[in-house]
Design a protein around this ligand. Structure first.
Ligand SMILES: C[S@@+](CC[C@H](N)C(=O)[O-])C[C@H]1O[C@@H](n2cnc3c(N)ncnc32)[C@H](O)[C@@H]1O
Ligand code: SF4
Length: 451
């Protein structure tokens, strides 16, 4: 079967596997007390337990109509101080109950959103200082990373974060094409992105990422070729080339797009292939299912050495077993538990004001979940994984029989191995290892299409 036919055949809803179980399959919700116990147990797993911190900043000044993130759209900057106060209060609540957060080394801090640079430079300074003064940074491995909207990024903001040790920065680009930008309500001239990129380099950021998206309205092979060419001109260290996740049942603004304007199925995948070929020719290495990095970058090194990791933020080069998320809607992870904060800002704030951790939901992992989480993580980061035993091998062979016949994947020597032509189907193959989904297929659409 040719690639075109394979792409049509396997274009089905599929999770992105940034966690296992995937969020719609979280079922055994922990109480706040159980979540705190799981965190404390995680910190007790060894004498030295490095951890990571994610801070969610939900605000953006305007809505990009393609966006699938948890955002709050406002131009009211009076909200800066109260939000920072709540972040600090939330972290204080954690520290009172989880001593490991003050004692164990913090390896990574990631400011994401929404748009962290919606906050002024002085607010960012107060936000980060109020957290970092209570923790020990891992002296050898500490990494600070921030997501930056180039339409709102000042030299001052970049300098403030650099001063706290931030060296990684991710620029939201999406596409350089003016017509696509108009349709996604995000006017961002190339020159503006270049200016912020140059500024970030001058300030001393060592690893700069571009977020690009394929499958956006009116994108063509021609326009995506230009997107890749302009990206090569700037040469960011990393590139995330995301498949447009169409989830209009969650994000109604995506209904503004005309179906005819949206590349889908094999036409959409072709956009990825066109951009990928240009990036590979330009010296980038393909990492996992949608990332690229120059060989000097830690992501490329981690991919080569088999230490690539994947969590809610996507592919990363560092692994910690504890990820604490602060802020509205943010997700945390411990060895035996996932936890998500309240998604509605006033509810989040009320809970924190009342001195409670703002638990919305989570999942207590059982032994099988933990085992499958490791297997899926391995497969998503190396495209190969050892199967547990003969029974799993037989089960996977039966489940993947059509894909094995189509030479998308092989089962050999007790291992599941993606073939070179199988890369577009990584998520599809992974579903064979997703026991929760296989036991209970979703009744309504919860995942975006795999292509
Ligand atoms: C929090 S934003 C990045 C920072 C900043 N808000 C910005 O847009 O510049 C995270 C990234 O997620 C990606 N993203 C958002 N919605 C998406 C969707 N529906 N499908 C695929 N990628 C999406 C975009 O590439 C975006 O840059
Ligand atoms: S893409 Fe970024 S700037 Fe646009 S709405 Fe989403 S989070 Fe905000």
């Amino acid at each position: 079967m040719n690639t075109h036919a394979l792409l049509s055949k396997y274009d089905v809803p599929a999770p992105r596997y940034t966690s296992y179980p995937t969020v719609p399959y979280w079922s055994d919700s922990p109480s706040t007390a159980q979540w705190l116990t799981a965190l404390n147990q995680g910190f007790a797993e060894g004498p030295l337990v490095p951890w990571s911190l994610y801070i969610h900043t939900p605000f953006c000044e305007s809505l990009c109509s393609f966006c699938g993130c948890n955002t709050s759209i406002t131009k009211n900057h009076d909200k800066e101080d109260p939000y920072i106060d709540h972040l600090h209060r939330e972290f204080a609540l954690y520290r009172e109950q989880v001593p490991g957060l003050s004692q164990q080394p913090l390896r990574e801090i990631h400011l994401g959103g929404g748009s962290p640079t919606w906050f002024s430079a002085s607010s960012l300074s107060r936000m980060v200082e109020g957290i970092l003064k209570h923790v020990h940074l891992d002296p050898q491995h500490f990494e600070g990373a921030v997501e930056v909207d180039p339409r709102r990024a000042t030299l001052e903001q970049l300098k403030v974060l650099q001063g706290f040790g931030f060296r990684r920065l991710s620029l939201g680009v999406q596409d350089f094409d003016p017509e696509t930008q108009r349709l996604i309500n995000r006017i961002q001239p190339y020159e503006l992105t270049r200016e912020v990129y140059d500024r970030a380099r001058a300030v001393g950021y060592q690893s700069i990422n571009f977020d690009l998206v394929y499958g956006l309205p009116k994108q063509t092979t021609q326009s995506v070729r230009e997107m890749a060419r302009l990206t090569l001109e700037l040469r960011p260290d990393r590139i995330a080339l995301y498949s447009f996740a169409k989830v209009p049942w969650i994000k109604p603004a995506q209904r503004l797009f005309k179906d005819d304007d949206l590349p889908e199925g094999s036409a959409k995948r072709e956009l990825y292939e066109v951009a990928r070929d240009i990036l590979l020719d330009g010296g980038y290495e393909e990492i996992g299912m949608d990332h690229f990095a120059l060989p000097h970058d830690n992501l490329a090194k981690a991919s080569k050495s088999g230490t690539l990791h994947r969590n809610f933020m996507g592919y990363t080069d560092q692994r910690t077993n504890i990820l604490l998320g602060l802020g509205v809607s943010s997700i945390s992870e411990a060895p035996t538990c996932f936890h998500q904060n309240e998604k509605v800002l006033p509810v989040y704030e009320r809970q924190v004001d009342a001195g409670k951790l703002p638990t919305l939901r989570g999942h207590l992992l059982n032994d099988e979940d933990r085992r499958q989480r490791e297997q899926i993580l391995k497969f998503m980061t190396t495209s190969r994984v050892r199967l547990w035993n003969d029974a799993q091998e037989a089960d996977v062979k039966e489940f993947l029989a059509p894909m094995i016949e189509d030479q998308v994947v092989r089962v050999e020597d007790g291992c599941l191995q993606l073939t070179p032509q199988g890369m577009p189907f990584l998520r599809n193959v992974c579903m064979a290892l997703d026991l929760r989904m296989r036991r209970q297929q979703p009744q309504v659409k919860v995942f975006s299409q795999s292509m």
